[in-house]
Write a protein that binds this ligand. Sequence first.
Ligand SMILES: [Zn+2]
Length: 239
Amino acid sequence: MTVTLNKKIVKYKVITPESKAETAQGESAQAAASPQEKLNQAVQQMDENVDRPETLHGTTYKIKTPLSEHALYITINDIILNPNTDHQVRRPFEVFINSKNMDNFQWVVALTRVLSAVFRKGGDCTFLVEEMKAVFDPKGGYFKKGGRFMPSLVAEIGDCLETHMKSIGLIKDPEISDHQREIMNQKRAEFEGKTGAATDDEASAYPTGAQLCNKCMTKAMIMMDGCMTCLSCGESKCG
Ligand SMILES: [Zn+2]
């Protein structure tokens, strides 16, 4: 190999076997100086270099919408990184969607591939839930059992992803304190007593006449002490 030197040689050092050993020692001493860094390197993080294990465990969710007579089956498989250590973490790795209904086939396949790719890239992937839940179908959404509004099929898949991420501990549910829950139950009983509006049927878990809460998209907002308050998530117009 030919090396062209463009600059003047101002300093040189002959590398002997001894000096080489010294340098190596210095390097290992440096590495030993930062055990935390070493530990961090040993902890496996999710990125595209993580190979897919032969076997993955997952969960399949069934989604039935009024948009189609056929149900949608969503399978989310998880990977467990650093098993049996303090750094053990369970993350979604891939998603598959199956249905007899082929209407949206190409978009559904595209969505699952993009979702899986984002999972495998690593980092925080919980943002996907909000992105998907904010998709509105121009033909209008629908209400699910329990009075929850679904603005689109994509939002429904996002909702399913949220359920899954909560179940594996990636998303924490905002806590409603027992005290707050108690007040909400009390006010609800008061409201039902006053208006004679009982929980109508299994279609809604909340009193008839309850309005849609913009925060949790559930028909659960009632007037409490001159204030619209949600019986599902506790959201109140009066703060
Ligand atoms: Zn709410």
